[in-house]
Write a protein that binds this ligand. Structure first.
Ligand code: ADP
Ligand code: ZN
Length: 296
């Protein structure tokens, strides 16, 4: 509905981006640092309340989140090492304070929804949205909607096969050398002694990065048979990494493919998200629209 105003929240581990959108166009926004849940949510809610007259709220939130449909704590943060945030009732608090329909998903689930409605996954029934940033996460879109199972998927924590000669222990506090532990932004910085943005000239950095990412994409391809994989997040801003990951994936699939999409250079299979670093915020607008139409 044009003219309708929505509030969109991209709730991240270091900052919350809060926007008011008219239709899908952002007309006002602020950034709130993520401190305690009380303080952060109060600033977020204050901004939205001051604007007034919004139809619904959408929240694309860092995880882990309780997304089990019948759970009494649906929409709360689950157990997290992030101080103060375990069990924070994000959805119910916002709903009660603002008194309008609200919907929540993990950031990557929201981003997938936004890309499906308006971005790089329009008209697809099955695809995956992955972000490679401070962490690695994936939203799985199956049969026309964001998939939730027993909670939400955690695609960043799949195992990868250590490349010979790489002796980095891995960065994940739970698994050590899982995908996130080996290929996230902090893993790159820790392994090579400098943040990725400063390592552009070092070919071996990106060859190794592409190898680990492609290992995981091969797993996701074979497990979920998506029609496309969107690869976003800060690390993917590294020039040439997307292309290198595609080439590596093509090698790793080794010709064992079930669809013509997987033959050839994969440039329609592994793509950048249309909304880039705004994918989460745009996804939150899409979530708000869903909440408005379902009365959530
Ligand atoms: P977050 O995951 O916290 O939401 P981002 O998606 O922006 O944030 O990812 C931040 C990560 O991306 C940081 O670890 C940063 O070092 C890395 N990064 C940012 N720009 C580049 C670049 N050009 N090349 C490689 N890594 C980058
Ligand atoms: Zn892990």
């Amino acid at each position: 509905m044009s003219g309708q105003h929505y509030a969109a929240i991209e709730a991240g581990g270091t900052k919350f981006r809060v926007a008011i959108a008219e239709g899908r166009n952002i007309v006002a926004d602020i950034t709130v640092p993520t401190t305690s849940p009380e303080e952060t949510l109060a600033a977020t809610i204050g901004f939205i309340r001051n604007w007034g007259g919004i139809a619904a709220v959408g929240i694309a939130c860092f995880g882990p989140l309780d997304l089990e449909e019948k759970s009494p704590t649906y929409g709360s943060i689950a157990s997290t090492p992030k101080p103060g945030w375990s069990h924070a009732p994000v959805l119910s608090h916002i709903r009660e304070e603002l008194g309008v329909p609200a919907a929540i998903d993990v950031d990557v689930g929201g981003a997938a929804l936004g890309e499906w409605r308006w971005g790089a996954a329009q008209d697809l029934r099955h695809f995956i949205y992955i972000t490679v940033g401070t962490g690695i996460g994936g939203g799985l879109f199956v049969d026309g909607k964001v998939h939730h199972g027993m909670g939400h998927p955690e695609m960043g924590h799949v195992p990868v096969e250590r490349v010979s000669g790489d002796d980095f222990a891995g960065f994940c506090r739970f698994h050590g050398a899982c995908l996130e532990g080996m290929a996230s932004g902090p893993a790159i910085a820790d392994r090579w002694g400098a943040p990725g943005a400063d390592l552009s000239e070092q070919w071996e950095v990106w060859d190794l990065e592409a190898t680990y990412l492609a290992q995981a994409l091969r797993t996701f391809t074979y497990v979920a048979a998506p029609q496309r994989i969107l690869l976003g997040g800060g690390v993917m801003q590294q020039s040439g990494l997307l292309e290198l990951t595609r080439e590596n994936l093509a090698d790793q699939l080794a010709g064992y493919v079930t669809s013509d999409t997987l033959r050839g250079p994969l440039d329609h299979y592994v793509v950048a998200p249309a909304f880039g670093q705004d994918a989460g915020l745009v996804g939150a607008i899409a979530l708000a629209m869903e909440a408005a139409s379902s009365g959530g």
